[in-house]
Each structure stands twice: as C-alpha cells, then as structure tokens.
Design a protein around this ligand. Structure first.
Ligand SMILES: Cc1cc2nc3c(=O)[nH]c(=O)nc-3n(C[C@H](O)[C@H](O)[C@H](O)COP(=O)(O)OP(=O)(O)OC[C@H]3O[C@@H](n4cnc5c(N)ncnc54)[C@H](O)[C@@H]3O)c2cc1C
Length: 538
C-alpha cells in the first residue's frame, strides 16, 4: 500500500501540511445529522441498508465515477453515420455506473413498492448517491416523481409504474417492453412560456379513439432525453393536458416526431444531458383528463420539489464535510485551522445551517410517507429556502479551503457550479414564494397544519417561542420572500427541536436572533467544539 502513496519527498522540498483526500468514508453513519434524522422520522429499519450504501457512495471508486461522468459530458447524435435520424445521447460509462447504483439502491422504487417509510428511505438514498454526483440525480428523481402523476390515470400509467418498481437501470436503446427497467422524464418549459406554462403553445390533436394524440410544438428544456418516456404538457381541444410521450411506439418503431435538437451547454450539472426538443407530430397518450394537465403533472412536481430540497441539503453537507476536514488537517500560524477562533466560528455557522437543511429535508420526506397536511406548505417553504442557501454555503466552504478550494482537481468547483440549480428549476424562488402565498390564501387547512406543527415544539426554547409568535403567513407579493424565509427558519428550528438535535440550541441562537450577514459574523455564544465534533465527516 505504502508504495502506492504519492511521493512527498521531492528534489527541492518536502510536501507537508497538505490535507489527505476525503474518501473511503461512510457517508451515512459518520453523518450524525443524517443518521439521527432518518432514525427519528421512522427510518430505523433502514439503517443497515443505508450504511452499506453510505460506504459505497463514499468510496474512492464511486467518488471517481462522479469526477469522470462530469469530466466527459454527454454527446448528442441526431443522425447515424448514414444520415438516418436517431436522436441518441452517449454518456461516459461512469454515468451508467452511477445510474445503476442509484436505481439499484431503490432511489426511484423504494417509495412506491410498499417499503415502510419509503419516501424517507428514498430521500436518504438520494442524500448519499447525490454526494457522488448530482447530475444523475435528475433522471432518477424524475423517474421517482413520475409515479405520483402516473397513478392519476392507472389505465395508462400502470405499465410504466411497473417499469419504475423493477428497481433496475437498463440503458439499452429499445422499447420499454423489452427492458429490465425504465426512466421517465418531464417536459413542461417552453421558450415563450417558462414558469407560466399556461402560455405554452404546443398543440395536441386526437388521432383515433383510444387516447392517442399527435403533438406539435417544442420544449425549451428537456433533461435526460434518453428517458424511455416523458410527461409532457400540450393544449388539447379541452385545454392544457398532460401526456405521456414515449420514445418508441407500441409497434416497435421509433416515435419519429420526437426530435432532440441540441444539448444545452450548462454551467454545471454536466454529467446530465439537458436538451431542447421539438415535436413534429410526435405520438403521445393522454394521461388524465383533457384540461387537467397542470393538476396531473403537479403531483409529479410536488415530489421533484422534495428532491430539490434533499439535493441542496446534500450539497451543503458535502461542502461542509470538505471544509471541516480541511480545517482539521491544515495548520496556519501555528494552529490547526479549526482551532483558530474565527475559523471555528465560520465552520460552526456552516455546520448548524447544514444540519438544519438535512433535518428539514428528512422531516419533509416523512410528511410524504404520512400523507401529512404539513407537507403542502412545508414543501415550497423548504424548496425556497434550502435551495437558495446552498450556493452561499458552498462558496463559504470553498473559501475555507483557501486556494485549494478553487482548483478544478478538487471537488469544490463542481459543487459550486451545481449549487444554484435546485433553486432555478421546479419553480424558481419567486414562483415558489408565490405558491406559498397562494396556498396560504386558498388552503386554510394547510396553514393550520403548519402552525400546529410549529406550535408543537413550543416551550423548549424562549427564542423559538418568541420567533414563532411573530410569524405572519399572510403577506403581499412584494413581501413574500421575507414571510417565506421566516417560515423556513422556524421550520428548520422546529425540525431540529423535534429530533432532539444537540445542534438545535446553536441553530436557534445563530438564526433566530439578530446577527451580522456573513457566515461567522455573530456575537452570540455557541459551543463551537460540540457542533464541529458532530459535523466532522470521519
Ligand atoms: C439545467 C436545467 C434543466 C432543466 N430541465 C428541465 C426539464 O427537464 N423539464 C422542464 O420542463 N424544464 C426544465 N428546466 C426548466 C426550468 O424548470 C425553468 O428554467 C424554470 O422553471 C424557470 O423558467 P424560465 O427559465 O422560463 O424562467 P422564467 O419563467 O422566465 O422566470 C425568470 C425569473 O422570473 C421569476 N418570475 C416568474 N414569474 C414571476 C412573478 N409572477 N413574479 C415575480 N417573479 C417571477 C422567476 O422566479 C425567475 O427567477 C430546466 C432548467 C435548467 C436550468
């Protein structure tokens, strides 16, 4: 083993005071926040399974898959070498290994196959696999979430649900009926419409009597275009309608009207292919009633929003782990960085925020298992705040690594480039805050459920009690961000109190009291040593 070590004694100097790579780590057991949250909200029976997966995802081999899958991005071939149309995307082999790992672990299936607390298990699996690579989380998340919409129309949806429940990844380019498992994407966003899907122009004309339509139009973003089918919105005679558009037709031919025009050149998320597509009379099957398209697809979107929250929480954890590990191994001015008072203050601030994001994401997942009314408002509230906080935290963690944080051979630039995405897709920040306002106005039972849950944690901290007493869900549009932010902070504190986290007191002190704006800019007392010991990745 020692012969494999890089050479430290060079001709001109010795390499010292550098940090060992953070690999071959158990991402589940060593992450006390995740471990405790999963156990608390009903996942004790999944600990063994998650421990195995945590070791696998933290292994040097799987970490390297993530590096390779992003270093060599996917390539689109619209035609074969003879000029025939194929619309196929080729990925680095590591992409397929990551997909196989995630779907095989149950990322898409476990929530729907009768496993107890399956959504919580799903969220914890994503928390682990996403630390190896976030790009592959996109097709796996969409496949997981599609089941909620497919269930709305069992006659059409059932065969596809069966393909998801197989828990298998099959990258073969052939009809779904000949495959061991399927992946399912979603295409809503158009050039002129964007968030306002009712401004979409794609049209669907019925062909025959059995729910098939000819679709003409486009989508401006369609991620994972190698999926076997896509839930798609188009205007049918009866209004905006949801369709399932398959790459292959029942007679075994390609759905030739589905054309992938080009892949987006993205800032991050590079292992994942995101495309622009056109429908030239592509054939699609109606899913749900005509005119009920938004109501059908929103069932899927509610679940992808959960995964945005989990996805950002896991990025925060990954960044924090790198920062804490670095600071524990690097010495500057005669002390380990982690023992320098200001660095300890910064890392403590990052650690409480990361743990709060983890706790809230698992609490949210548990509402999906319980079909709990708290989830209606908690989903957009958490999506808004956790996703919005990720880039700030990742940046600050990067700075804790100094120059080493900025070089492409390390993990931080990829994390940083990925970090804004969850806030943009599946409803950008303002759109999500408006969703909270709308729900607060129209669904008093959802507000009541959230209030009851927040109140259930009262009496444990005077600061928390004061904070929730001042909450106001009703706001005008211009004030929506502040209202949602305050709800999110209260929800994070409540989640930490509920799971009896040792970090709850520090979170409340650092987030519910007045303080400076930068990480580490606070005067309140916080037990740095205890928080950092809990946050350390090994
Ligand atoms: C990498 C990537 C992959 C994607 N993959 C897919 C996919 O697979 N399928 C799919 O359907 N879509 C996909 N999307 C699209 C994504 O969901 C949209 O970009 C997103 O919903 C925002 O739509 P838009 O880009 O048209 O922005 P717009 O709708 O133009 O919004 C621009 C800004 O205005 C804000 N805004 C909008 N309305 C209001 C308002 N009333 N008041 C205040 N502010 C407002 C928004 O919050 C946003 O900040 C993907 C996007 C990215 C970046």
């Amino acid at each position: 083993m020692s012969a494999l070590r890089p050479v430290e004694r060079l001709d001109t100097h010795e390499v010292s005071n550098q940090v060992p790579p953070l690999e071959d780590v158990d991402l589940f057991t060593e992450d006390r926040a995740l471990h405790d949250a999963v156990r608390h909200w009903g996942g004790a029976g999944h600990v063994e399974r998650l421990t195995d997966l945590g070791r696998r995802c933290g292994s040097a081999e799987v970490i390297d898959w993530g590096v390779q899958a992003n270093r060599v991005p996917p390539v689109l071939d619209t035609h074969d070498r003879y000029g025939r149309r194929i619309d196929e995307v080729t990925f680095h082999p590591a992409y397929h290994q990551l997909m196989d790992l995630g779907l095989g672990a149950g990322l898409a299936a476990s929530a729907w196959d009768g496993t107890p607390n399956g959504h919580l298990l799903h969220a914890a699996i994503l928390f682990l696999t996403g630390q190896a690579d976030s790009g592959t989380s996109c097709p796996m998340t969409m496949t997981y979430a599609s089941v909620a919409a497919l269930q709305a129309d069992p006659a059409v949806g059932e065969p596809w649900i069966g393909g998801v429940l197989s828990g298998r990844y099959d990258p073969a380019v052939r009809p779904a009926s000949e495959k061991a498992g399927v992946t399912i994407g979603m295409a809503m966003t158009e050039k002129q419409g964007g968030s306002d899907v009712r401004a979409n122009t794609t049209r669907a004309e019925p062909v025959g009597e059995d729910g098939w339509y000819s679709v003409t139009g486009h989508k401006w973003f369609c991620s994972a275009p190698m999926c076997d089918a896509f839930l798609t919105l188009a205007y049918a005679p009866g209004g905006l309608t949801c369709f399932i558009l398959k790459r292959w037709l029942p007679d075994g031919r390609r759905n030739a009207g589905f054309r992938v025009m080009r892949l987006k050149d993205k800032m991050g998320d590079r292992s994942n292919a995101s495309s622009e597509v056109e429908y030239h009379g592509a054939l699609a099957q109606r899913l749900g009633e005509e005119g009920r398209g938004v109501a059908t697809i929103i069932r899927m979107v509610q679940h992808t929003r959960l995964d945005c929250v989990v996805g950002s929480a896991l990025q925060m954890r990954g960044a924090l782990a790198q920062a804490a590990w670095h600071a524990a191994h690097r010495t500057a001015f005669q002390k380990r960085l982690i023992d320098q008072p200001m660095m300890a203050a910064v890392l403590t601030d990052l650690a409480v925020e990361s743990e709060a994001a983890t706790a809230l994401s698992m609490r949210l997942a548990a509402t999906f298992d319980a079909d709990d009314a708290v989830g209606r408002l908690l989903t957009p509230v958490a999506k808004y705040w956790v996703c919005k906080r990720a880039p700030n935290l990742v940046y600050e963690a990067m700075e804790a690594l100094g120059g080493a944080g900025y070089v492409e051979t390390g993990p931080m630039p990829r994390l940083f480039r990925q970090s804004p995405l969850n806030a943009i897709w599946e409803g950008s920040g303002n759109v999500i805050a408006l969703d909270v306002l709308r729900a607060a106005g129209r669904e008093p039972e959802a507000v009541e459920a959230l209030r009851d849950w927040l109140a259930s944690q009262a009496g444990k901290s005077p600061d928390y009690d004061r904070f929730i007493a001042g909450l106001d869900v009703a706001a005008n549009e211009a004030g929506a961000r502040l209202a949602v932010e305050r709800l999110a902070l209260a929800a994070q504190a409540a989640a930490l109190l509920e799971m009896h986290s040792p970090s709850a007191e520090a979170f409340i002190a650092l987030r519910l009291r007045p303080r400076g704006m930068a990480y580490g800019a606070y005067e309140v007392e916080a037990d740095h040593r205890a928080v950092l010991e809990r946050a350390m990745p090994v």
